[in-house]
Unconditional design. Sequence first.
Length: 289
Amino acid sequence: MTTSVDDRHTTRHGELTAELRGFRTVQRLSYECAEAVAAQLRPGVTEREAARMQRDWLRERGVRDWFHLPFAWFGDRTAFTDFRIPLQFFPTNRKLEPGMPFILDMAPVLNGYTADIGYSGCLGANPLHGRLLADLAAHRALILRGVRERRSLRAIYEDVDRLMVRQGYANRHRAYPFGVIAHKVDRVRQRTWSPTAFGFGVHSLKGLASDALHGHREGWSPLWSPYRFSDHPPQPGLWAVEPHLGFRGVGAKFEEILVVTDSTDPEQSAFWLDDDLPHVRRWAAEQSI
C-alpha cells in the first residue's frame, strides 16, 4: 500500500495531518523504546539480548508487525567491520563492554503505520563516538537541503559521501544491501497474521516490492542508493534516512523519516517528520553550551 504525500500534508494551522501524526507516533514510540533499552544495557549484555529487549518492549505496547525485527550492534560491529554477507547484520553473542559504542535499530508497524529508526549510544564515555554523533548533524542538514533543491537522490548520496570524506570518515551505509542510505516506508494493511522472513515483515516487503515495480515503470526507485536506478529527483512519500559514519572500528548513525511532498513551497516540499528526537535534542544542547 503506497502512501502518497502532497501539499495537503498539514492543516491550515500548520499542524500535521492525521496520516503523518500516525507515522510520528510510531517513530516516537520507537525512540522511546531505544532510550528505555539503552538505559538497561550493562557490561555482558549480548546483541541478541538487546534485540530481544527491544522486541519485548514494543510487543508489550501492541506491536505485532515489523518492517524488520530489531537489530543491535556492539563495538566494531557498529562500523560493520568486515561485513561481507547479509547474515552478518543479525544480532550475535557479542558482549557489551565499558566504553563500547552500540547501535539499536528497529522498524515496528503499529496500526498500519511504519517507523524505522537507528539509535547510537555508548556504554560510558568515548570521545571518538561523541565526535561522530556530533558530526552527523551536518548530514541531516545537507540531506534536507538537497531534497528541497530537488537534486537527484544519487547526487545527494554523492554529496553525503564527499562530506564524510571531508570529515575524515568512511561511508558505512554503503555496506547495506544495495548500498542504500534510505528507503521508502508506507502504510501497511492491518492483518491478524504478520509473518516474517529473514528478519523482515512479509507484508512490508511486499509493499516495497510493489513500490519498486510501480517505480520502475515510472522511472524512480524506492531505494536511495549510489546507483543509476536512483538517478532521479526525490519521489513524494516518506523516506527512512540513515547516514552511517565509521572510523577505526567505531560507527554511529541516526535513522528517521523524511517527508517529501509535491509542494512548490521549498520549506513544505521536504521536512523531517519530527525534530523532537534524541539526536536532535543532543545537538541543540551542544550548541547551547
